[in-house]
Design a protein around this ligand. Structure first.
Ligand SMILES: [Zn+2]
Length: 451
């Protein structure tokens, strides 16, 4: 059994706890502010005429790399940008820049080390149990937005958001509000389903809706980000945004709904000429394949030491030192593009150490590089993500449109853990403790509707 208590080391958990307390205090203040809004104090007209309450529709386009919006005409995305607030140079994913960790960071405001989904697929180094996008609630820590909403008596709808099918708190993934993931449901059907909730009687309209498209990620993986088929996928996604906008306009609520358009990560091309082969290190150190849980874009290593090894930590440190020496020797092809760390020595900016689920050794793979065991593995060119979140290619988009987002505003890039507080603030929800800053909401939201 994976246990939550393993996830935080005692020393660091105290620091984290203090952070959480501060965040919770600040957030509670912010939430109170949200309830007692300036518009109610000053007698300004409430921004919500037809809906009579704040509503957020969050749309994720998987793998929508920042810059894709310039590949082709995207009139609908452009309309949201010009009428709303945009992260000028894109949205920064959390590390590792993979789908499940990032969607769940967006939903919880937590880094993967704290929400538990540390990769799309991983083996718990302590229990040996495998997570592979499963719905067992023991893996999914933290409090996602749909749970925060349900706990506070609000209505949430999730259409395929990773993690949303996991029962948690007051959230039971209710029938009709939380369809099970089905990739064959067309994008048009997804949009129309979301729009249909706005045809319910006023009091039954959900407060918070989440919509997920598995494009342009799919084409990006298959052909790399520069392929014309990715351009077509971007165009299709833009058309779906247009369908959302038209549907809201038809219902005369486009200016009342807060539409947040974002992606989970970017995409970069890789190729067999940019591969690092683990067996090439054999002169310095032999790494058995069963030590490696994942090769790339994150090298996840958990050496299987026998019971006679008294100090596995020391042995792991030796492995790291030998690997790095070999990689920097100039004798390993592309070796300079891989650096190996004990997880506790990873750069702090990655926030990727305080979980027992993270393997003891983590290799940071250079942008667009592949790691394989040996040359007998299949070679091909394709696209991937999951790399260090410092790379521009891993960035996605963030656009907020609606009463609380200023028109035509650009904000500097930010990490997606900030989004939880933004949604909580718009909906007037008390946020659960998270890694975002409650002060961030002041940068991105106006206190009331602009006239
Ligand atoms: Zn993704």
């Amino acid at each position: 059994m994976a246990k939550t208590k393993h996830l935080l080391s005692p020393k660091l958990s105290l620091t984290f706890l203090s952070l959480l307390i501060v965040a919770a205090t600040l957030a509670a203040a912010a939430a109170t502010k949200g309830v007692d809004s300036p518009s109610s104090k000053t007698g300004r007209p409430r921004p919500f005429k037809k809906l009579n309450k704040p509503v957020v529709l969050m749309i994720s386009c998987d793998g929508f790399r920042f810059g894709y919006q310039f590949k082709t005409d995207t009139p609908n995305i452009d309309l949201l940008i010009s009428g709303g607030t945009e992260a000028k140079s894109g949205l920064i994913p959390v590390f590792p820049s993979m789908t499940f960790p990032n969607h769940y960071s967006i939903a919880t405001g937590l880094y993967p080390a704290y929400h538990g989904i540390i990769m799309n697929k991983f083996t718990d180094p302590i229990t040996g149990e495998v997570f592979n996008k499963g719905l067992d609630q023991k893996w999914w820590l933290g409090e996602p937005l749909w749970v925060t909403a349900a706990n506070q008596g609000r209505k949430a709808v999730t259409l395929f958001w990773p993690g949303s099918e996991v029962p948690k708190g007051s959230w039971t993934c209710p029938k009709g509000l939380c369809p099970h993931y089905n990739s064959s449901v067309t994008f048009e059907e997804r949009v129309d389903t979301i729009l249909s909730y706005f045809d319910l009687p006023g009091s039954e309209i959900p407060d918070f809706l989440m919509l997920y498209f598995d494009q342009p990620d799919k084409e990006g993986h298959e052909y790399g980000p520069d392929d014309p088929r990715v351009t077509s996928a971007v165009s299709k996604v833009d058309k779906m945004i247009g369908r959302v906008i038209q549907g809201l306009k038809k219902r005369k609520i486009f200016d009342e709904v807060h539409v947040i358009l974002l992606g989970d990560h970017g995409m970069v091309a890789n190729c067999d000429k940019k591969t690092i082969y683990i067996d090439d290190l054999a002169d310095s150190i032999k790494i058995p394949a069963d030590w490696i849980d994942a090769y790339s874009p994150v090298l996840a290593m958990n050496p299987r030491w026998g019971k006679d090894v008294k100090n596995p930590g020391e042995k792991n440190a030796e492995v790291v030192a030998k690997m790095n020496k070999a990689l920097s020797s100039g004798k390993v092809e592309n070796g300079e593009f891989l650096q190996v760390y004990l997880k506790e020595k990873l750069p702090k900016r990655l926030h990727y150490s305080e979980s027992s689920r993270i393997p003891p050794i983590v290799g940071m793979v250079g942008e667009g590089l592949i790691v394989r065991q040996n040359r007998t593995d299949a070679h091909e060119c394709y696209g991937d993500h999951g790399y260090d979140n410092k790379y521009f290619s891993m960035r996605s988009i963030f656009i907020g449109h609606g009463p609380r987002f200023r028109r035509g505003k650009k904000v500097p890039s930010f990490e997606n853990v900030q989004i939880y507080n933004v949604v909580a603030e718009i909906l007037g929800l008390r946020p659960a403790p998270n890694n975002g800053s409650s002060l961030f909401t002041r940068n991105i939201l106006s206190p009331f509707k602009e006239t």
